[in-house]
Design a binder for this molecule. Structure first.
Ligand SMILES: C[S@@+](CC[C@H](N)C(=O)[O-])C[C@H]1O[C@@H](n2cnc3c(N)ncnc32)[C@H](O)[C@@H]1O
Length: 276
């Protein structure tokens, strides 16, 4: 039966809300499939959804009802004003990570080289390639499937960057003026309290780290100084309960670095800079 956009969204909400699924996902898929901005969708509230679009929407809502992330369903996620292609090989970029990018962008205008380690979709490195056009950015990841998505995004957004497959620093010779990274930091012990959608659909390789979520930070701390130019800096995102453990880790492993923690907009400690 024909439905207006408003009716289609109300129907989606009646399907999703009883299952505990946020109906905002339905709004997002409808906007992305139609090529509407949020305000354009509101302007079309009373218009009939074309039959083919409605059939597509019904399929999308069935997937949302199974907790599949809206961004994987439509294949794109917003980050820092751009739309990034995403597949289940990459983490869906989070808004919190935009704050880490803004921190580095605000301080690294004079840098010549930068590294985004564990780039996933390329959200961090490709955004910095836009904000800091004079910086030669290298984007690396241990996952070839993730790097393929980052490469597709570099082409889609027309950003010139170097892409390298590497287990942390292993295949990255040379030094960078700054390094930025959002490494996996979730402890397996947190699985019972994690969002079902994240657990089922996002790649475990992008989420979890051994040793209470600290394993990759420890390896990073062991390698970072050898990959920064003198006076270089590293910017890292971490879990909101990890600041005390990281303060200890960096003080012991990198006594020469000045360590500055920062809180995110929700007032959680989530970012750190290591200034050498
Ligand atoms: C939390 S995700 C971050 C993705 C993206 N940078 C973002 O912020 O949206 C972590 C990324 O690190 C990559 N990764 C995991 N272990 C790695 C390792 N040992 N070396 C390099 N990258 C790794 C994963 O494949 C994943 O893409």
């Amino acid at each position: 039966m024909a439905k207006t956009y408003e009716e289609a969204l109300r129907w989606a909400s009646s399907v999703l809300s009883p299952k505990g699924v946020d109906p905002d996902g339905a709004r997002y898929v409808l906007e992305m499939r139609a090529g509407f901005t949020p305000s354009q969708l509101r302007l079309h509230d009373r218009d009939a959804v074309p039959a083919a679009a409605l059939a597509q929407f019904e399929q999308d809502v069935a997937r949302l009802a199974n907790s599949e992330p809206a961004q994987y369903i439509v294949g794109v996620a917003p980050f820092y004003g751009d739309l990034f292609a995403v597949t289940p090989a990459v983490l869906i970029p989070r808004f919190e990570t935009e704050e880490l990018v803004a921190w580095a962008a605000g301080e690294q205008a004079a840098a010549r080289t930068g590294l985004d380690l564990g780039t996933g979709s390329g959200a961090i490195g490709l955004t910095l390639a836009k904000l800091l056009p004079n910086v030669a950015m290298t984007l690396s990841d241990v996952s070839p499937a993730a790097l393929a998505v980052a490469q597709a995004n570099a082409a889609r957004l027309k950003r010139r960057v170097q892409l390298t497959a590497s287990d942390l620093f292993a295949a990255l010779p040379g030094r960078f003026d700054f390094i930025i990274t959002n490494l996996p930091y979730i402890s397996r012990a947190e699985t019972p309290v994690m969002d079902q959608s994240t657990l089922t659909y996002e790649p475990a390789l992008a989420l979890f780290a051994e040793d209470d979520g600290l394993a990759l930070f420890k390896r990073f701390a062991a390698g970072v100084a050898a990959h920064l130019t003198p006076g270089g800096a590293a910017y890292l995102e971490f879990g909101y309960r990890q600041q005390p453990a990281l303060a200890q880790l960096f003080a012991a492993a990198l006594p020469q670095a000045q360590v500055t923690f920062r809180r995110d907009m929700a007032d959680h400690p989530r970012m750190v800079k290591l200034q050498f």
